[in-house]
Design a protein around this ligand. Sequence first.
Ligand code: CA
Length: 121
Amino acid sequence: MPPAKRGNAPRAGFCIFENGDGSGLRAAFAEGTDDLGDPKVFGGRMNDKTSAIWNRSDKPWCVYEHKNIGGHRWMISRGFQDDISTYRSRDGFSWENVTSSVRPAMYVRPPRNPNAAYWTC
Ligand SMILES: [Ca+2]
C-alpha cells in the first residue's frame, strides 16, 4: 500500500519509511544526508531501514546502499511513491532495508550541448 494511503507522510520533501505500507518510522529531507546512521540524522534510526519511498520534492532524488553516497545507487523519480521492498537493481540487488544515504539527483548540463542536459546520481 502506498504511504499516502496511511496518512503517515510528511508534507513535502523526500520521504522514507520503515515499513512498506508507510507505517513505522519515517524521515523527510529537504537536502538529504550522507549518513543515515549519524545520530544527528533522526537519531540514526533510519539507517538500513527504508522499505517505502515517497518523493514529494520537485526533482529526482537518489538513494544509496552505503553512507557517503556509496555502493548501489537508484534514481527516484519526482512523485515516486511505493513500497520498495521487492524492488531490485538489474544485477539482482534488493533495496529492502539497505539505504544509508539520500541526496537530490544532480542536474548536468553539458556546456557544448545544453539540450542534452540530464539528471544523474
Ligand atoms: Ca546500507
